[in-house]
Design a protein around this ligand. Structure first.
Ligand code: ZN
Length: 271
């Protein structure tokens, strides 16, 4: 599932293709993904110039000079193909620029979606209204976590996955950051020492930045018609590594909770 670093990589990959370019043609090849495509998508995009690309949490943002922002979410399996040549069965939305470039939003499982929202009111887009700070922005500080975790008996892992506390963190990077910060995933949020929260903020940034940096090298691959978006599994410290040795020599454990798994090292993560 694309997480924040994959969305960031996607946005960086799309920027050179779209930024400053005029949209010449928009084709929806089916009526919906997770939600119906906006009926006036083509009407509002064709002729518009793309002014900027951005990201909020796991949402990609394509701003235009017509006052609209196209918001895309990659769901479980979405990716943009650049100049794909031949379109495939799962290329559901096609955007052509006046410069002759083609982008296809490919999504076999169709959990992704596309919205148009006035750029000036982007903060009013419902998922954004209650979202916490970006993990790579200035808003994520030790003080922020201290305030939001205060008195909370919920496991720190659940608190970090709460988008109202920090935006855009998913299961993989929360497992990774907790390991790096040496905090047990089930530790009550309100019972974490200040120095560990400091370490946690640092760890969140480090694991995300490392993943984005690894993705940077896959932008080239990504730009190929059949290029897969990179998932940076080789770098994972604990995620997906149940039964394998941690760096400390202990064995990485897994616990299933709901639909998710928590991976951690019982020796390193005692805080
Ligand atoms: Zn360990």
């Amino acid at each position: 599932m694309p997480e924040l670093p994959e969305v960031e990589t996607t946005v960086r990959g799309l920027a050179p293709v779209l930024e400053g370019k005029r949209v010449a043609r928009v084709v929806t090849r089916r009526a919906d993904l997770r939600f119906p495509f906006p009926v006036d998508l083509g009407q509002r995009l064709v002729g518009a110039r793309v002014t900027e690309l951005g990201r909020r949490a796991k949402y990609g943002l394509i701003g235009t000079d017509r006052g609209d922002t196209l918001i895309f979410h990659l769901g479980m399996s979405g990716r943009w193909r650049v100049d794909p040549g031949e379109l495939g069965a799962h290329d559901h939305l096609v955007i052509e620029t006046a410069g002759g470039r083609t982008l296809a939003l490919n999504d076999p499982r169709r959990f992704g979606f596309v919205r148009l929202h006035p750029t000036a009111d982007l903060h009013d887009y419902p998922p954004f209204t209650v979202m916490g700070p970006e993990p790579l922005g200035d808003g994520l500080t030790t003080g922020h976590l201290l305030r939001r975790f205060e008195g909370r008996a919920a496991p720190v892992k659940a608190l970090l996955l709460d988008q109202r506390i920090v935006a855009g963190l998913g299961n993989i990077y929360v497992c990774e950051a907790l390991h790096m910060a040496r905090i047990a995933p089930n530790r009550a949020g309100g019972r974490i020492a200040l120095f560990r929260l400091e370490r946690l903020v640092e760890a969140i940034r480090t694991v995300l930045q490392a993943a984005i940096a690894a993705g940077g090298s896959s932008i080239r691959d990504y730009a190929r018609p059949d290029g897969e978006l990179g998932y940076f599994s080789k770098q994972w410290r604990v995620y997906g590594r149940e039964g394998e040795p941690c760096g400390c020599g202990a064995t990485v454990r897994r616990r299933a909770e709901g639909g998710r798994s928590t991976f951690w090292c019982p020796t390193c993560q005692r805080g």
